[in-house]
Design a protein around this ligand. Structure first.
Ligand SMILES: *[C@@H]1O[C@H](CO)[C@@H](O)[C@H](O)[C@H]1NC(C)=O
Ligand SMILES: *[C@@H]1O[C@H](CO)[C@@H](O)[C@H](O)[C@H]1NC(C)=O
Ligand SMILES: *[C@@H]1O[C@H](CO)[C@@H](O)[C@H](O)[C@H]1NC(C)=O
Ligand SMILES: *[C@@H]1O[C@H](CO)[C@@H](O)[C@H](O)[C@H]1NC(C)=O
Length: 456
């Protein structure tokens, strides 16, 4: 049988589509030695990430991500978008970022919206504060002049957290939760104190005000003395203050190392005290547990397939803060860059899922898509890919060296948000979970077998 001229194109088309499909899958090509390649890859991954964002849709609130993503993760997203703009020069998502940050910062600038008072922990607030801090450090376009500046927002977060330093148990530290009515109020965790430490150190660098560096010293010392950081610089998750922080959850997450690493690097840069150089160096060494052949892995949950929604994003923060560390503590560069490059290459290979071949997997070590998709893992891949451009961008600005962000040392000094109007329904696990998701699960599974806690 002869094909008619009419039928041939249709067969040819099917074949072409099939071939095109085959070549788009595995579509993110990344050469970490080539800037344009990195920028192209970052844009594809970011675009896929932003397909999750609903906060700019009619009827939704700016700064919101839909279920199952918690409020804090949107704050984390805006940091990644600020870095995205800074690394690539692409302004595509700048307006969305400004809108989301201004909306959620609220009148006090402290990121304490009433809508979140059933869930907001100190760590959640800190992740929004990091976005404001990054905006100041990167000279992200300033808000309209009648609005509060990025720096003032970061100061507002600091000013609301410092008075929450709590010596009624464990000799200090920040509680996980801000509000007494939330479960987790009796838990003191590393990411909450670490978030405060990180922000204080960066504020010290930006403003030169020693009040911030004094607090950073205090937060570090406490983390060490309570045992949340071991003598060889491993960071555990936290402990209940009902037992005076003696029973510590010894589980290690990438983001805890990251949050202390960048804080320590800033303190080194501010003080030039050798002890901070040593601490920075030691955290990099202890972080080696999170790398296999230089590719980052969330070892507490990836190998046993138990990474929860929040945890799927954590590797991104270690990548983000490792990159920033090379600027504040340049002696770390040779150790950090090979890890970022290998992780970025592996992450890009994981971003070959979905119909357009840009959906990123969780397990970068597999060097291919692991068939899962999630907002946080998309963000983590974006973070590590764009981080490889760190050598091409300027170091953070400060108030006396190029910074233009408006500050206010007394920002945020208004009362805490009132209790939620209706607490009639019991707070669910979903309500409780936030940046400290492990903690939420610990509460639920307390005394249980908690099989997902296994690590290597
Ligand atoms: C809080 O929720 C209400 C009702 O959905 C909404 O009108 C308001 O804009 C929200 N506030 C923020 C900061 O998102
Ligand atoms: C609680 O622990 C701190 C050290 O972390 C210690 O100084 C304090 O005495 C302890 N308090 C009680 C009541 O055991
Ligand atoms: C502090 O950071 C700047 C900017 O990256 C860098 O040039 C300088 O070398 C750093 N200082 C120290 C002591 O490492
Ligand atoms: C330094 O920061 C503290 C804490 O926010 C503030 O009270 C103080 O006024 C600041 N000092 C200067 C000189 O800005």
């Amino acid at each position: 049988m002869r094909f008619s001229s009419a039928s041939r194109p249709s067969w040819a088309r099917i074949l072409t589509v099939a071939l095109a499909g085959a070549s788009t899958v595995g579509a993110i090509q990344l050469n970490v030695e080539n800037d344009e390649s990195i920028k192209r890859a970052a844009k594809l991954v970011a675009k896929n990430m932003m397909s999750y964002y609903t906060g700019n849709r009619p009827g939704d609130n700016p700064g919101n991500l839909p279920d199952p993503y918690y409020w804090w993760e949107a704050g984390a997203m805006f940091s990644s978008l600020i870095d995205y703009w800074f690394y690539t020069g692409d302004e595509t998502w700048n307006d969305i970022t400004t809108q989301g940050l201004l909306w959620q910062a609220g009148d006090t600038g402290a990121f304490m919206p009433n809508n979140q008072s059933k869930t907001e922990g100190n760590d959640d607030q800190a992740f929004w504060g990091f976005a404001a801090m990054s905006a100041a450090e990167r000279n992200f376009p300033n808000p309209p002049s009648d609005k509060m500046g990025w720096l003032a927002m970061a100061q507002a977060v600091f000013n609301t957290q410092a008075p929450r330093w709590d010596t009624s148990s464990c000799n200090g530290g920040l509680r996980w939760q801000i509000f007494t009515w939330n479960n987790g109020y009796t838990y003191k965790n590393t990411i909450s104190t670490g978030g405060f430490f990180n922000l204080a150190a960066r504020l010290a660098k930006y403003t030169g005000n020693t009040t911030y560096s004094d607090w950073a010293e205090k937060a570090w010392d406490w983390t060490e003395s309570v045992g949340f950081m071991t003598p060889d610089y491993h960071f555990w998750d936290g402990a209940s203050d009902l037992g005076n922080c003696t029973e510590i959850n010894e589980i290690e997450w990438t983001y805890n190392n990251g949050v202390y690493l960048l804080g320590a690097a800033n303190m080194w840069n501010v003080t030039e005290d050798p002890k901070w150089k040593m601490r920075t160096e030691k955290i990099i060494q202890s972080s080696s547990v999170f790398f296999k052949n230089n590719v980052m892995v969330e070892r507490a949950c990836e190998s046993v397939n138990t990474c929860m929604v929040d945890q799927r994003s954590f590797k991104g923060y270690l990548a983000r803060w490792m990159a920033a560390t090379t600027q504040l503590a340049p002696f770390t560069f040779d150790e950090i860059m090979p890890k970022l490059k290998a992780s970025a290459s592996a992450a890009a290979k994981s971003c070959s899922g979905g119909s357009d071949g840009t959906t990123c997997g969780l397990k970068w070590t597999e060097q291919k898509w692991d068939t899962t998709k999630d907002f946080g893992q998309q963000m983590a891949a974006l973070e590590v890919i764009q981080a490889t451009l760190i050598t091409k961008v300027a170091a953070p600005v400060t108030s006396d060296n190029g910074g233009t962000s408006k500050g206010d040392p007394s920002a945020g000094g208004k009362p805490e948000a009132p209790p939620p109007s209706s607490l009639t329904s019991p707070i669910t696990t979903a309500d409780r979970a936030g940046a400290g998701i492990l903690t939420a699960m610990m509460m639920v599974t307390l005394g249980g077998s908690a099989g997902w806690l296994i690590w290597e």
